[in-house]
Design a protein around this ligand. Structure first.
Ligand SMILES: [Zn+2]
Length: 140
């Protein structure tokens, strides 16, 4: 297989996911490094926002154990931590929505609302409806 003909998969990243990925990288995550992977794509590695502070030494706390990896099936990013040192990062990957929820609830709700406006929440999508929308539906 001639891999040079394979297109970059991350060009299919939605503008909403891109916006929130940049907010995470610029405002919430520490010691970030972009690492090239196949086909011109990248992954992002950084200090796990949930368990890096539990490291016993400065060097341990600065280790990049968290990662945002591109997931073809979801056509989005999935957060992983290889140390899995806290409940928020233990037990496998998290969708961008669940990652945002664990970091900042208000930011996550903004993300769900943006996704809701683009028609990509609820059944068949990797993002639930916004909490505010669910409340309206229950009241009516
Ligand atoms: Zn962790």
């Amino acid at each position: 297989m001639n891999t040079s003909l394979m297109p970059s998969r991350q060009t299919t990243e939605s503008s909403i996911d891109e916006r929130y990925r940049l907010i995470l990288l610029n405002q919430y995550l520490k010691n970030i490094k972009e690492v090239p992977v196949a086909y011109g794509d990248s992954k992002w590695i950084f200090c796990c926002p949930f368990c890096s502070s539990l490291g016993r030494t400065e060097a341990k706390r600065n280790e990049r154990k968290g990662a945002l990896l591109w997931n073809d099936l979801q056509n989005s990013w999935v957060f992983y931590c290889v140390r899995q040192g806290s409940v928020e990062c233990f037990g496998g990957g998290r969708t961008l929505e669940r990652f945002l929820s664990a970091i900042d609830n208000e930011l996550a709700e903004r993300y769900r609302r943006d996704r809701w406006h683009s028609g990509t929440t609820g059944k068949g999508h990797n993002c639930p409806n916004p909490i505010s929308i669910k409340k309206i539906q229950m009241d009516s």
